[in-house]
Each structure stands twice: as C-alpha cells, then as structure tokens.
Write a protein that binds this ligand. Structure first.
Ligand code: MLT
Length: 324
C-alpha cells in the first residue's frame, strides 16, 4: 500500500480514537446538578434520589448545588447559561420550564428551544395541605371559608412561577379568590417547616415532600389533585371525591442541560437517568414518597420536550390572567 494511503488510514484511526477517547472521557470529573430551590423541598428530594444512582452509572459524583430565588428561575438561568460541556445540568420542573415563560416576560432562558432536555425524572402529584390546627377539617369547609373570608388565610409558596405558586394560582382562580395573603419562601422545604409549626395556613405542594409529614399527622392533607388516590397516601381523597372535581393538576421534575451540550454527554446523561429509573431501589425510594415513575418516552429528550410544551400551552392562558 502506498505510504500516503497508510498516512490517511493512520490519521483516520487517530481521529476516531480521539473522538472515542473524548466520548470515553466524559465524565472525567464530578457533574454539578443545580437544584433551583432550597434543600429539603420536592425538587431537591427528586434530584438527590435520582442523582445518587446516576453517579453510580456515570462513575463520577453528581453534586447537588442548591441555587434558590425568583421561583427557581435564578438557578435554572445559572445552569442553562453555563459552559455546555456536560458538567453543569439542572433539575427543573413544571414551574421553571412550563410556567416560567408566562410568568417572567424577561426570562433569561427558553425552555422550549434554548436548552437541551435530558428527561423527566419524576411525576409529582399535587396536594392541598394545611396546618393541622386550621379549623376547617375538610376541603369543602376550607373552600367555603376561603371564599367567605379570603383575607383570613395565608398561603405559602416558593416564588412566582414555582410549582406551589402555579398550582395554588389555578386553585385560587377556580375559587374566585385570585388574590390571597401569601408568603414566599426559597423552596417548599422551608415553607413546610412553617406549615408544621403553624406559621402559615396552607400550601399546594408536591407529594414527595409532604407525604411523610401527612403520614406523621403534623400537617393536614385536604386532597390530592389527581384523578386517582396515591398508593403512598391511600387515605387522602382526590379533589373529585372531596367536592372540587375541577381542580386537577400534576407536576413533574426533569433534567436539562445547556443548549450545545455534546451529544456523547447528553447520551450518557439520558442513559444514566434511565438506569436510575429502572433501578428497583431508586424506584422504591421515589414510589414510597408518592412520585410517579416517568414512562420510557418521557425519559427521552424529545418526550420530555413534548411534556414541557404540553404544559406550557395549558398553563400560559391561566397564568397570563393571574394576579402577581
Ligand atoms: C421545591 O423544591 O422547593 C419546590 O419544587 C418549589 C416549588 O416549585 O413549589
């Protein structure tokens, strides 16, 4: 074989090896997963459970970094404007990816076209929960009391555009009491502490962070805003059973990376997410807290992008009319 052909073959082999080497190289150091709310809330809980198993598959630690503020948009902005090298990702959710565009006119990221979706990490049904000392014993009497004296009730949420704010905005709109006294927190983890201690009256929160408190009897669960009861909380009625059938909404948490993240990094992150959601131990941890395991389709970038768009289309008309 002529020498220049040999040179071509060697060069091609070197190129392939370097590409393969680079692919094999990712990840060669820990990966930061930004959680855009305070520790202890539902997004943090999902991130730590799923991230724990992803670390095993990736061979490098997925390190959770809590960056709270502005309903989660501060942390998501930080993540999605980071260098697109696969070493900074985010755990966002229905609020930061589907509600935020209708809530923040000058949002610094575009969840539909300006980020790299990885996949859905966990569905999180929504519960209307209250301090256990609130005199209204059930959803019907709570709704009647809020309609009669809206100024008497203090709502807790995690900032404009958060899941707690978005899902309670839907509830308040349906009750015809769009404006209530509200206390904003850096996450529903801290909000839950104040609900347990009776500092605030009620909240619309994701099941994974309130399930244990409900089982322990430290807060009251009026209803779950799903079509069916949760296997994790079989005694909590659906909103339909509790007399408010129109209030049905489910949240979710999912992983995204900056747009332009290399394909081999995206593929490895998608693979690690799927392996986590196929792992029996990880699934049990999620299911015990009432999470819903995403379908195979929802765990893909395209399937996750479709969920984000579906819920953005559903929420934007509601949120556009909502008082801030
Ligand atoms: C949290 O993790 O604190 C919640 O996801 C905040 C929210 O969106 O309600």
């Amino acid at each position: 074989m002529k020498s220049f052909a040999k040179i071509g073959l060697v060069a091609a082999a070197a190129l392939a090896l370097s590409g393969a080497a680079q692919a094999q190289a990712y990840p060669d150091r820990p990966i930061t997963m930004i959680v855009p709310f305070a520790a202890g809330g539902p997004t943090d809980i999902i991130a730590r459970i799923v991230g724990d198993h992803m670390s095993k598959t990736l061979g490098k630690q997925v390190v959770i970094e809590n960056v709270a503020g502005a309903g989660g948009t501060t942390g998501i902005t930080r993540a999605l404007t980071a260098t697109p090298d696969g070493y900074t990702i985010a755990m966002g959710h229905l609020g930061t990816f589907s509600a935020a565009p209708a809530t923040y006119p000058n949002l610094k990221y575009d969840p539909l076209n300006g980020m790299q979706p990885i996949g859905l990490a966990g569905g999180t049904p929504i519960l209307v929960v209250a301090r256990k000392t609130l005199e209204q014993a059930d959803l019907k009497s709570f709704v009647a009391a809020v309609k009669a004296n809206p100024d008497k009730f203090n709502e807790a949420h995690a900032g404009l555009g958060s899941v707690s704010w978005t899902t309670c905005t839907l509830l308040k709109g349906q009750l015809g009491v769009p404006k209530l006294n509200a206390v904003a927190y850096r996450g529903t983890g801290p909000a839950l502490n104040d609900l347990v201690s009776g500092q605030v009256d009620f909240m619309c929160d994701q099941i994974v962070s309130v399930a244990e408190q409900i089982k322990a009897g430290t807060i009251r669960a009026y209803a779950i805003a799903s079509a069916e009861r949760s296997p994790a909380l079989p005694d909590v009625p659906t909103t339909k059973e509790a007399g408010l059938p129109e209030y049905q909404i489910e949240a979710w948490n999912g992983i995204a990376a900056p747009k332009g993240t290399p394909k081999e990094a995206v593929d490895k992150l998608v693979d690690a997410l799927n392996k986590a959601l196929n792992d029996e131990g990880t699934k049990k941890r999620l299911l015990d807290l009432g999470a819903v395991i995403p379908t195979v389709e929802e765990r893909t970038p395209a399937g996750f992008a479709a969920v984000i768009k579906r819920d953005a289309d559903k929420l934007s008309p509601i949120l556009a009319a909502a008082p801030r």
